[in-house]
Design a protein around this ligand. Structure first.
Ligand SMILES: Cc1ncc(COP(=O)(O)O)c(C=O)c1O
Length: 398
């Protein structure tokens, strides 16, 4: 949020209102979690209704069962499901469950992938291309890297070779089926299929982190890309704007968390399966039908096309990536190295033009065509001078 964030007092539909009374068009919707925009009437009504009945109970509750049934009806691989309070907890528990089921410690993650804020996955390659895992943030013990190896997203041959080499010690491969490191990166044809084949062959579990990627199709990324993992982690949209996470998948694997037989994985959490969150999530998913997905796809395509046209008009060699309602700006091999400096100023430049969010965008169902024009016009205006300066400098490409 450098150099400073907008302090938000109110948010409705597609607009934020900051503490100074400025109205901002939102382009990221709480890090992709509000797929129907802010304070959608049906979601707010569901929250209000459930809050009048119970806000937290130390017991299974009807709301959580209804949300679980809704999710399982969309995702064929979800034979069992457990709720958490965040995507972080969901991926953390998913990895723990995989380790307990297989009795192995090693997990393969992709370089640069973010799976939440917990020690066990805050690791990246020691050097580019290396499989050795080292912490990417302070406070993580270096020896946690002994339990993780690093592969590269979309490098089917490289990751398959690592699975082969470490198979005897490997519990699982964890992957975001559509990578989200600074820009959305779709999987190349064959990558997810390759992971599925190599893991199945060596009895290694395949874990999908769909905390963001679930929103790309009615049945999530696994439906869109046609590859079925053993376990999947969720968050963001399934909570309708309240804190949430969930993970689940194969019944035999999830059985290690079943308290009935004396669980091999203990999963406690005061607010797990919170009924208010579940009610908001259920209202959100009920609105997410085939028509809503068609609309999201249409909005994403139109926004991506408008951005491409703006970059062409400005003679800026930038790419645009789009997966459904997720759109992002990407550098190409023709982008000048000095672009990084312009990029760093864009967030503030757009705030000054009434738009919140830059680089990665997540459009909600309530967005409209006029708002796409409004957003792209602000982006075009913010880039006009820097684009002219970059062109005038005739810098070598970086
Ligand atoms: C792919 C992915 N996994 C996990 C998380 C963590 O989710 P949460 O912020 O709800 O803890 C995020 C959050 O952005 C994410 O993008």
């Amino acid at each position: 949020m450098h150099p400073y964030p907008a302090y938000v007092e109110k948010a409705t539909g597609t607009r934020l209102q900051d503490a100074d009374g400025n109205e901002l068009l939102d382009l990221i919707f709480n890090a992709t979690s509000l797929i129907h925009g802010h304070v959608h009437p049906a979601v707010t009504e569901a929250i209000r209704d459930q809050a009048g009945r119970s806000t937290a109970v130390l017991a299974p509750n009807a709301a959580q069962i209804a949300l679980a049934e809704q999710m399982c009806s969309r995702v064929a691989s979800l034979q069992r499901l457990r709720f958490t309070n965040s995507g972080t907890e969901a991926t953390m528990m998913m990895v723990k469950t995989a380790r307990a089921f297989t009795g192995r410690d090693l997990v393969l993650k992709m370089d640069g992938a973010y799976h939440g804020t917990f020690d066990g996955m805050e690791l990246n390659a020691a050097t580019p291309g290396s499989a050795q895992a080292v912490p990417y943030t302070g406070g993580v013990p270096a020896n946690l890297g002994d339990n993780v190896i690093i592969g590269r997203f979309n490098d089917t041959a490289g990751v398959t070779a690592l699975i082969e080499r470490y198979a005897d010690r490997l519990a699982a491969v964890i992957v975001t089926p559509m990578a989200s490191v600074a820009t959305w990166i779709p999987p190349e044809p064959g990558f997810l299929e390759g992971l599925r084949a190599a893991t199945t062959q060596r009895d290694v579990l395949l874990l999908f982190d769909e905390v963001i990627a679930f929103r790309v199709a009615l049945g999530g990324a696994q439906q869109r890309y046609g590859v079925t993992p053993d376990l999947t982690a969720y968050g963001k949209v399934i909570g309708g704007g309240l804190p949430v996470g969930a993970y689940g998948g194969r019944a035999d694997v999830m059985a290690v968390t079943d308290p009935a037989g004396g669980p091999r994985v203990a999963h406690a959490g005061t607010f797990n399966g919170n009924p208010v969150t579940a009610a908001a999530g259920l209202a959100t998913l009920r609105l997410l039908d085939a028509d809503a997905y068609a609309r999201l796809e249409q909005l994403g395509e139109r926004f991506a096309a408008a951005l491409r046209a703006a970059f062409t008009d400005l003679a800026l060699p930038l790419g645009v990536r789009q997966v459904g309602s997720l759109v992002s700006v990407a550098v190409t091999d023709r982008t000048p190295a000095l672009w990084d400096e312009v990029n760093a100023t864009m967030r503030l430049a757009l705030l000054n033009r009434g738009v919140c969010g830059w680089g990665v965008f997540a459009l909600p169902t309530v967005f409209d065509e006029a708002e796409i024009d409004e957003a792209v016009s602000a982006i075009h205006d913010a880039l006009r001078e820097p684009a002219a300066a970059l062109a005038g400098l005739e810098v070598p490409v970086g």
